[in-house]
Design a protein around this ligand. Structure first.
Ligand code: F6R
Length: 603
């Protein structure tokens, strides 16, 4: 998944392209590049690594031109080298691409003999297009003929030598927006990229391609017919967010959680009742909830499964999107399908949504980006209101996904007659106490910072939890591995003895997330099993739990008391801070960890 941008402007485009790419860096940062046309001459600059390297290159080796395309890459085919960086060029054609061309091997075999420079699937697109032009096609005809040969998912922008006023844009499987300026036109992977340039956006639909010139965009559908696509005026995009005095966006976002959670609580409840910020929702005829997501968002769903089952008595499945979509699960029309995604662009989650469309009774989504593809393709998209999340490791979005899911479970509980209005009001009161409790948990930051030094020396760390703290343990392990690069696994406390306990010795820290709940004694027994094998237990519990846990733990972190059902929301904070401070000790790139990207728009 990569970010692409294109500008047909009145000014030099190189700085505009680089600025837009900055806003797309969340999609990948393995390499970046731009191509422009200046007096009909096509040229490009590319650099490995973060965008700043491309900016430096352009200072020493500028690129003139008022028409251009740009790309920030998350490597799929071929290592992150300059040769593999986009734009890819063949003769008179330059191409930027987000997605994967699945038949590129066949295409490349068919193009054998042509001078390939890279290992990428994208270069085949440029070569194929150039071959069509050599055979006498115009740039527009060549691009359309090329599109017809491509299989897979892509968003593309083509730029041509000799064409100062043309970008051909195409979308199949990966989102692409066209921006309308005053005598200028833009193309971007999303509205965020184009935010400061325009608020007038047309989203291409599946299979669409567009001939974009400074006068506008001529859009065709997958069958080549002229298509009329709505131009929307979108809400102003958040200006470049800053770190508000924190060293990293991730730290800022962790510390923002009490505030963003309060925003979500206010939007989803009023006078002791669940309310929705938009739309209606009726679970009374729903007999099953299926939740589908990836990564951290899937752990939010796994926690919410406990809530839907306990508060609403509703059977509930949680699926990882990449598995769900290919398993061909039966979907009952009496079920509600719920898709959770911070970005709203995750390719697997979007594909899973499309699978469920027309089968499930209702398609709901919980997103942070209201203009995203997942939001636009849902019957009802519920916003998590977390604000822009920049850190690649999701923190505040996870918190607010949980907040929205908790409200939906309570609503379903009331509508299904599983809880009465008094219980609903009590649960909402418990949630309302959470922002203050999060602040208390955040006050443990200096303590956590001091104690993570030893964790940073570990080669492997285990996280344990029971009940809704089990998925929280999975999330704690994910946070640690993605930003500190330490191997970490989450397990259900009771499952440890069925295999994973073989990993335990005195070099393996075991973080136990265990509020004093009904199952606490059982968790203590599991902890004793670890201690008996010289495992170093870091117990995170409340004051009562700390008292009852007994001796032998390596260290204890005492958390505020909370209704155990919502404990994952509170215990997310120490889990995030443990990962953050361990990463600081290790000196990794916290906001943009290696090999990752914020939005995963390829399968
Ligand atoms: C981990 C993380 C990822 C995302 C996952 C889904 O910290 O951020 O695991 O949760 O890639 O992304 P969205 O929520 O955008 O669909």
């Amino acid at each position: 998944m990569c970010g692409i941008v294109g500008v047909l402007g009145h000014h030099e485009v190189a700085p505009i392209l680089v600025e837009a790419l900055k806003r797309l860096e969340y999609r990948g940062y393995d390499s970046a590049g731009i191509a422009t046309v200046e007096d009909g001459r096509l040229d490009r600059r590319r650099a490995v690594g973060k965008l700043v390297n491309l900016s430096d290159l352009l200072v020493h080796d500028p690129l003139a031109g008022k028409s251009g395309i740009g790309h920030t890459r998350w490597a799929t085919h071929g290592a992150p080298t300059e040769a593999n960086a986009h734009p890819h060029r063949a003769g008179r054609v330059a191409v930027v691409h987000n997605g994967i061309i699945e038949n590129f091997r066949e295409l490349r075999a068919d193009l054998s003999g042509r001078p390939f420079e890279s290992e990428t699937d994208t270069e085949t697109i440029a070569q194929l297009c150039e071959r069509h032009m050599e055979a006498g096609m115009s740039p527009r005809e060549a691009a359309v003929a090329t599109l017809g040969a491509l299989e897979g998912a892509f968003a593309l922008a083509f730029l041509f030598e000799g064409e100062n006023d043309l970008i051909v844009a195409a979308r199949k499987g990966s989102p692409l927006a066209i921006g309308h300026g005053d005598g200028e036109m833009y193309v971007g992977s999303d509205a965020i990229a184009l935010g400061p340039l325009t608020d007038r956006i047309t989203y291409l639909e599946e299979g669409d391609y567009a001939f974009v010139t400074r006068d506008g965009a001529e859009i065709h559908d997958a069958r080549g017919r002229l298509a009329n696509r709505e131009m929307r005026t979108i809400a102003p995009q958040a200006a470049q967010v800053d770190k508000a005095g924190h060293r990293h966006f991730m730290a800022k976002e962790i510390f923002e959680q009490p505030v963003v959670l309060s925003t979500a609580l206010a939007a989803y409840s009023s006078a002791g009742q669940v309310t929705l910020p938009e739309g209606d929702l009726d679970f009374s005829n729903t007999d099953r909830v299926t939740m589908v997501a990836c990564g951290t968002a899937s752990y939010a769903c796994a926690i919410a499964k406990y809530w839907f089952e306990q508060l609403a008595g509703l059977p509930c499945d949680v699926d990882i999107a990449s598995e769900y979509r290919y398993r061909e699960p039966p979907v009952s029309p009496a079920s509600t399908a719920l898709f959770v995604s911070q970005s709203g662009e995750t390719a697997d989650t979007l594909a899973a949504l499309r699978y469920a469309r027309g089968k499930a009774g209702r398609i709901l989504s919980i997103v942070n980006v209201p203009e995203s593809s997942i939001a636009r393709e849902s019957d009802l998209a519920l916003p998590i209101l977390a604000g822009v999340e920049v850190g690649v490791a999701s923190t505040k979005a996870f918190m607010n996904q949980l907040a929205v899911l908790a409200h939906l479970a309570i609503l379903a509980g009331r509508q299904k007659g599983h809880i009465d209005p008094t219980r609903e009001a009590e649960l909402l009161a418990d949630l309302a106490r959470l922002p203050a409790l999060l602040n208390q948990a955040l006050a443990l930051d200096p303590k956590i910072a001091k104690r993570t030094g030893k964790l940073a020396e570990a080669r492997s760390v285990l996280f344990l939890g029971r009940g809704p703290m089990y998925p929280m343990a999975l999330e704690g392990a994910l946070k640690l591995k993605e930003i500190s690069y330490i191997h970490a696994e989450g397990y259900a406390s009771g499952e440890l003895k069925h295999g994973p306990i073989a990993l335990v010795d005195k070099t393996v820290p075991v973080v136990v997330l265990a509020p004093r709940d009904a199952l606490f004694d059982k968790t203590v027994s599991n902890m004793q099993e670890v201690l008996a094998r010289e495992g170093r237990v870091w117990l995170i519990t409340d004051a009562t739990g700390a008292q009852e846990a007994g001796d032998g733990v390596w260290q204890t972190l005492v958390m505020p008391e909370i209704n155990p059902i919502f404990a994952p929301m509170l215990y997310a904070v120490p889990a995030q801070l443990i990962a953050y401070h361990t990463a600081l000790h290790k000196g990794t790139d916290v906001d943009q960890p290696r090999n990752l990207a914020k939005s995963v728009t390829v399968e």
